[in-house]
Design a protein around this ligand. Structure first.
Ligand code: NAD
Length: 435
């Protein structure tokens, strides 16, 4: 099929490259001309496992091309995916300006039947809005379909190539058939093509993210209570996760969820509820709990150092909101850094891939924060190690090296990846979450 992708970020680029890998011809379009130049040369711009190899291969084999022209991507393709940003506005509502602007501008190029697919996460009713925008100028029939994306950063290519399910929202038989055909090559093992109406499809994406955020916030609250009652959240997690009705995923307590999706989508769904005058109590609690959880390590540090963080040096391992991505959006590390700096602490930070993004995006805001390539070098004269992101690189500790480097032997483990007994037996003080 001839496919277009508008917006070549985490979702758009991965979708475009994976569709190409499965034999389609894909034109990817972005407003960012510098990004398009780099993509043309096979540089994926973002860090995502396997993406670079697949990108280079599909460029070489001529199945994926890049452009900044909206006209080109609209006229030369039959199914066009909108994978544009839908960031939160100040009041938490979803900013649809890019999606609706592109829909309005592409309309005049629609001179034969096309399917416009909303892959961005958008509130219920957005497909209707896109349809209205396009209908103003389109000169041929078209369908607007909802097809929310469920890939996870850090495993995006695998998720896209072997999806748990593909949700498609449309009431058009023709569009449903074409979408089914397009995705059939991704579902050779099990057919999980789930067809529904646009509104249910749009809501499904928010429901999934809100449910996952709920599990995390529930476990974080349970961890905080476990700490007070001297119960061990690690054991409780295993105790409940082995119940088939509960399942074991998304039960890890930590320093709060981050990323471009959960925080934004919980707030976005809350806004939808507000619009419909529905008091979504549990969703408000998820958001509030997460806000507080991002500060849980800072509070432990304040207590340990008797409120005197000024002039002390701390080492932060992990900046990205989760391992295997360079994405810093809403990363708990940013909240922790901001707070520690406000208490007058000095910071050495290290991340295997997000360090460059950190320097570029936050170098000015967090002036004075020292970025290290080597995580042990960042420990020199440190008053405490703060583990924020559980990169595999940080899982094994060379305690002898740490003893020599650190001024104070304290570890704040925001992801419970270390064995407290082992840490303590090496003469270090250990703080985890809920254990
Ligand atoms: P992103 O910021 O990584 O990428 C968006 C891209 O769109 C950028 O390259 C940007 O330059 C481009 N763009 C902006 N305005 C444009 C315009 N007018 N015309 C053409 N290109 C334009 O965003 P993302 O993380 O890929 O998210 C895209 C959507 O997918 C969002 O709605 C998000 O909620 C949703 N989503 C994201 C993920 C994820 O893990 N990142 C997962 C599922 C769904």
């Amino acid at each position: 099929m001839k496919l277009g992708v508008i917006g070549t970020g985490y979702v758009g680029l991965v979708s475009g490259v994976c569709f190409a890998e499965n034999g389609n011809h894909v034109i990817c379009m972005d407003v960012d001309a510098k990004k398009i130049e780099r993509l043309k040369k096979g540089d994926p711009v973002i860090y995502e496992p396997q993406l670079e190899e697949l990108l280079k291969k599909n460029i070489e084999e001529g199945r994926v091309t890049f452009t900044t022209s909206l006209k080109e991507v609209t006229t030369k393709t039959d199914v066009i995916f909108l994978s544009l940003p839908t960031p939160p506005l100040e009041d938490g509502s979803v900013d649809l300006s890019r999606v609706l602007d592109v829909a309005g501008k592409m309309a005049k190029y629609i001179t034969k039947y096309k399917i416009i697919v909303s892959k961005s996460t958008v509130p219920v009713g957005t497909c209707d809005k896109i349809r209205k925008m396009i209908a103003k100028k389109a000169r041929a029939k078209f369908d607007v379909v909802s097809n929310p994306e469920f890939l996870k950063e850090g495993a995006a290519v695998d998720d896209f190539m072997s999806p748990d399910r593909v949700v498609v929202g449309t009431r058009s038989k023709k569009a449903a058939e074409i979408m089914n055909e397009l995705y059939s090559s991704f579902m050779r093992i099990s057919d999980r093509f789930i067809l529904m109406d646009e509104r249910s499809s749009e809501m499904t994406k928010y429901a999934a993210n809100a449910m996952l955020a709920l599990r995390i916030s529930f476990m974080n609250e349970l961890a905080n209570l476990s700490e007070k009652t001297k119960a061990d959240i690690g054991m409780i997690r295993i105790g409940i996760g082995t119940d088939d009705r509960i399942g074991s995923s998304f039960l890890f307590p930590g320093v709060g969820y981050g990323g471009s999706c959960f925080p934004k989508d919980v707030k976005g769904l809350l806004k939808t509820a507000e619009e419909y005058k529905f008091d979504f109590k549990i969703l408000k609690a998820i958001d509030e709990i997460n806000h507080n959880q991002k500060l849980v390590l800072v509070n432990k540090m304040l207590k340990h150092y008797k409120n005197k963080l000024k002039g002390r040096t701390f080492t932060i391992w992990g900046l990205s909101y989760k391992p295997r991505t360079d994405d810093l959006r809403e990363a708990p590390a940013l909240t922790i850094i901001e707070n520690l700096l406000s208490y007058g602490a000095k910071l050495n930070v290290c991340d295997p891939v997000a360090d460059e993004n950190f320097k570029m995006l936050y170098g000015k805001k967090f002036k004075g924060v020292k970025i290290f390539k080597d995580n042990y070098a960042a420990l020199k004269n440190s008053d405490g190690l703060v583990l924020v992101t559980e990169w595999n690189e940080f899982r094994r500790l060379d305690m002898d090296k740490m003893k020599k480097l650190m001024k104070n032997r304290v570890i704040f483990d925001g992801r419970n990846i270390y064995n407290p007994k082992f840490i303590k037996s090496n003469g270090f003080k250990y703080y985890g979450i809920g254990r």
